[in-house]
Design a protein around this ligand. Structure first.
Ligand code: ADP
Length: 639
């Protein structure tokens, strides 16, 4: 892997053949892999619309045969005109019956057809492109829907997913049109090669022209690869440049940059990274141009020789002027076809790297999923939660974030989770809500392992407000309704959820009340809320969800103390025997809870009622008294 840069694609390497027999294995892997990917693209495009495949094949055949057709008609027109010149000219009236006119009609009918097909082809590519993008994007979204959250934590996987998502737009159709392009180029190549082979006394021009055009195409191909690898190698620098320019143009970041006067520093850093990136790129571009110039010299000399030899044949009367245009045109076309073929295979290869990426993303195994025969989940009761020897480690990390947790939360109880930052509180919530599965141990809900329940049923049972809760660029109403999208919108329930979340006052003050669009990403009249207001909406969403287990993860950062007290109070009122978990920095909430669980370094340090823990004079006592003291001097402080 290049230093500092990550691979945008991970491509499976095929081991080189060891002996002659092994060579067949090698061929099978290389070409088999190619055909698997190609077949995948075909199925993708087929699923987007069968007509796309039929039209693409028709256009490929048409575009393959038309160039030679055009050249042959032009040749005939010129030859007929030359015959007329030889005769010293003919009366104008003869023109209307001469073959020249018929060939011209034929030529322009052909031109018209060509233009129609080219336009259809370009329209087809645009329309099909949109359909294929939609097909790939939906596949990616459908896959992401069930993907383990753990996969998102794996940076190389995340990068693969981002690449798949970003390039979904053009790659699949590009591969397919390039492949059809190869079909038409091969037809064109063979037809012009046959023309060259038929040049009297100059059949050998065909292999020479082919041989001369190969180096230029190969250089093109090699340098494209070098370019690709260079960009990949410099991916760290490219991301840095992007980062520095973002700092100056991003709405959220620009405030601090202004106030600390950091703009020139970041522009300077951008320029310094750019220089590193640019030097190597410039070298590659210059090298490639120098090689192309050398080859251009060689090919011009060769072409000059053939043009001269063909002109000589016209000079001596062996061939006619129309033949001259046909043969010389064939020389250029054969050279072009060779380079197009090599370049097209290059871009198909590049495209298949993307397809590998997409296929591996879509094949990513999901472990957090519903069992075949899920256990019945009784709703509308207070549930019993039990952690049995639960440990957890984030994928790709070395450290257990939770270590052998054992505790029980009886139905209808309230538990407050307490612990310093990084103690593992949010992780515990993520395990309880089965966003992740424990690495060891079991979490039981009403005596049954969480993994035995249907995932959708389970998720519906939780009303949760995460620290990084969702903010949706929709109306206020939708932001609340998303708490239970499967239920018909219930305005009364929404209103009461808004009231319970202490959001009524600010929602009523909004220009369109519940119908006010939020955020200004899409709507000019969208309203930007404060973080505390957003959080109240998130709380209203949880209240609207009619869940059995309520979870509030650290509300304090964005809520003022009065609002927090109000919400705790509401939570308490609303619980109606529901099992409730708070993760809170403000320990005042712990005084009313049935149980306080003190987490330290992923372990249960203490557990019990507030009074009990205070009497123990342990960790909780220490945290509580420290905070109480600070509270007296600065009421809005945290642990
Ligand atoms: P708390 O909620 O108590 O502040 P967290 O549960 O968020 O703590 O985090 C516990 C530990 O797990 C921290 O050390 C944090 O760095 C680590 N951690 C959290 N999320 C991830 C993740 N997605 N990947 C790796 N480590 C993580």
């Amino acid at each position: 892997m290049p230093p500092g840069g990550r691979m945008p694609y991970e491509h499976k390497k095929v081991a080189p053949p060891k002996d002659f027999l092994d060579f067949f294995r090698y061929l099978k892997e290389v070409f088999g892999g190619f055909f698997t990917r190609f077949f995948y693209v075909v199925t993708l495009v087929w699923a987007s619309g069968r007509w796309i495949m039929f039209l693409l094949s028709f256009i490929a055949l048409f575009q393959g045969v038309t160039p030679i057709l055009g050249s042959l008609i032009s040749k005939n027109i010129l030859n007929e005109l030359q015959n007329v010149i030889r005769l010293g000219g003919l009366p104008a009236s003869d023109f209307w019956t001469s073959p020249v006119l018929y060939f011209l009609i034929f030529f322009f009918s052909y031109q018209l057809l060509l233009r129609i097909v080219n336009n259809v082809s370009s329209a087809l590519n645009q329309i099909a492109g949109e359909k294929v993008v939609q097909q790939v994007k939906v596949r990616i979204m459908e896959k992401s829907k069930n993907l383990d959250l753990a996969s998102f934590d794996d940076s190389s996987f995340y990068e693969r997913m981002e690449n798949a998502n970003r390039e979904a737009g053009h790659r699949p159709l590009q591969i397919l049109s390039e492949t059809f392009g190869i079909v038409s180029t091969v037809i064109e190549f063979i037809s012009y090669l046959l023309v060259l082979l038929s040049v009297p006394g100059l059949w050998w021009s065909a292999p020479v022209v082919v041989a001369i055009s190969i180096p230029s195409a190969v250089i093109n191909y090699i340098y494209r690869n070098k370019h690709f690898r260079y960009l990949r190698w410099r991916s760290k620098e490219r991301r840095q440049m992007h980062y520095y320019s973002e700092l100056l143009v991003d709405k959220d970041k620009v405030k601090e940059v202004r106030l600390f006067d950091l703009a020139d520093t970041f522009i300077g850093r951008y320029l310094s990274v750019f220089r590193t990136y640019y030097v190597g790129l410039r070298r590659l571009i210059v090298q490639e141009s120098a090689l192309h110039i050398a080859i251009a010299l060689l090919s011009c000399l060769t072409n000059f020789t053939f043009y001269a030899l063909i002109a000589l044949k016209v000079f001596t009367g062996d061939i006619m002027i129309g033949d001259y245009t046909l043969y010389t045109g064939a020389i250029l076309s054969v050279a072009n076809c060779v380079s197009t073929l090599i370049n097209r295979s290059g871009s198909i290869y590049e495209g298949t790297l993307f397809i590998d990426n997409l296929i591996s993303f879509l094949k990513e195994p999901c472990t957090v999923r519903s069992p075949k025969k899920p256990a019945a989940l009784v709703r509308g009761i207070g549930h019993r939660v039990e952690f049995k020897n639960v440990s957890f480690r984030y994928p790709g990390t070395e450290k257990d974030v939770l270590k052998g947790l054992n505790f029980v939360l009886e139905p209808g109880q309230t538990m407050v989770l307490v612990g310093l930052n990084g103690a593992g509180k949010t992780t515990l919530i993520k395990l309880l809500t089965r966003l992740y599965d424990p690495t060891e141990g079991q979490i039981l809900l009403d005596g049954v392992d969480l993994r035995e329940y249907d995932l959708k049923d389970l998720y519906q049972m939780f009303g949760i407000i995460f620290q990084d809760f969702g903010k949706y660029a929709e109306t206020v109403e939708e932001n609340v309704r998303f708490g239970d999208i499967h239920r018909n919108a219930d305005p009364d329930q929404m209103q009461s959820a808004i009231e319970q979340a202490s959001a009524k006052e600010f929602v009523e003050a909004l220009p369109e009340g519940m119908n006010t669009p939020l955020m200004r990403i899409f709507e000019r009249n969208g309203i930007e809320l404060s973080i505390g207001q957003w959080q109240k909406l998130a709380i209203a969403r949880a209240f609207y969800s009619e869940s059995d287990v309520l979870i509030l993860d650290e509300p304090t950062p964005s809520l003022d103390p009065i609002a927090e007290q109000e919400i705790f109070h509401q939570f308490d009122q609303l619980r109606e025997g529901k099992t409730t978990i708070f993760v809170s920095h403000r320990l005042s909430s712990a005084t009313v809870a049935d149980t306080v669980l003190v987490l330290e370094n992923g372990k249960v340090e203490e557990m019990g009622h507030h009074d009990q823990l205070m009497a123990q004079k342990g960790k909780y006592y220490q945290l509580f008294t420290t905070q109480a003291e600070r509270y007296r001097s600065a009421p809005d402080d945290k642990i």
